[in-house]
Design a protein around this ligand. Sequence first.
Ligand SMILES: [Zn+2]
Length: 344
Amino acid sequence: MELLKRLSETPGVPGREERVRELILSEIGPLVAETRVDAIGNLIAFKPAGKKPPRGWAVEKVMLACHMDEIGFYVRAIDDEGRLRIQNAGGFDTRNLFARRVLVQGKRDLIGVLNPTGRPVHIATDEEKKKIPTMAEFFVDLFLPARKVKQLVRVGDPVTLIQTLEQIGDCYSGKCLDNRVAAWVAINVLRKIGKRSPCDIYFVATAQEEVGCRGAGTSAFGIDPDIAIAIDTTLACDTPGIDKADAVTRLGEGIGIKVMDSGSISSRELVDAMVALAETKRIPYQLEVLPRGATDASSMQRSGAGRRTITLSVPTRYIHTVTETCHVADLKAGVDLLSAYLTK
Ligand SMILES: [Zn+2]
């Protein structure tokens, strides 16, 4: 819980992942033989095979991709009153952005308040109340004179939503569990497997996934793994107002084994292998078909000459809001299944 809390509360917009990268590096460093940061900002950690593969088998290279960036903003302009206009980096539903606290990484860290332009409910017209503002209508108020704001903040500074991680019921709820839960799963897998894996493992905390799976493509090209596994969140639409057939996954019913989304179709062989392992080890799982959305698997599958890929998905409710929620049992199932796969 303590590690997940730190992962969730540390900022890292696409392209400015340095703080969360440092945190992941400090956790993963002692578990691997080598670490490096590449040109786009991916953190690559190498853990060599700890035991010989079965006779007649070559040592396979397995890449684990966990994107470390989160949806956020960059300062786009500072107006004469010292209010910040922002550009989103990643897909927000603007209905979830009213009345939020944000962190502005200026010359020093500043807390601001995010709201759309316009009048408060008391004096808004019926028309105004119905309107859904566009991203461009939002601004950040730092409650400082313009002169002071301009000393502390520049165009291009990162802005992220503020939210603490809390345990609620059997779940963890907070911001950017998409995709900090993946780093949490992978770190726990590396701890658990010790020297028991017959494959060379490349753990990659990828950069810039939320703006088009950019870091995963370059790192897969560089590493050229035989097998690439993305760990990411997926929709758990098991909530009121959504047909059961559209749930995609259900919270607490096991780790998602992705069959397809709109970015990649998983290698059938890998899907079958994961299902067989989950069945024999009695690890709860659910098969996932996501009509729209993609993970790092999409670019790992296609970079260079391509490779077998799959995504393991952590079911997540209220995705891309600051109330993203994952179930403890699904996180445990994810660690168990990936550990079993990497040690078999
Ligand atoms: Zn994600």
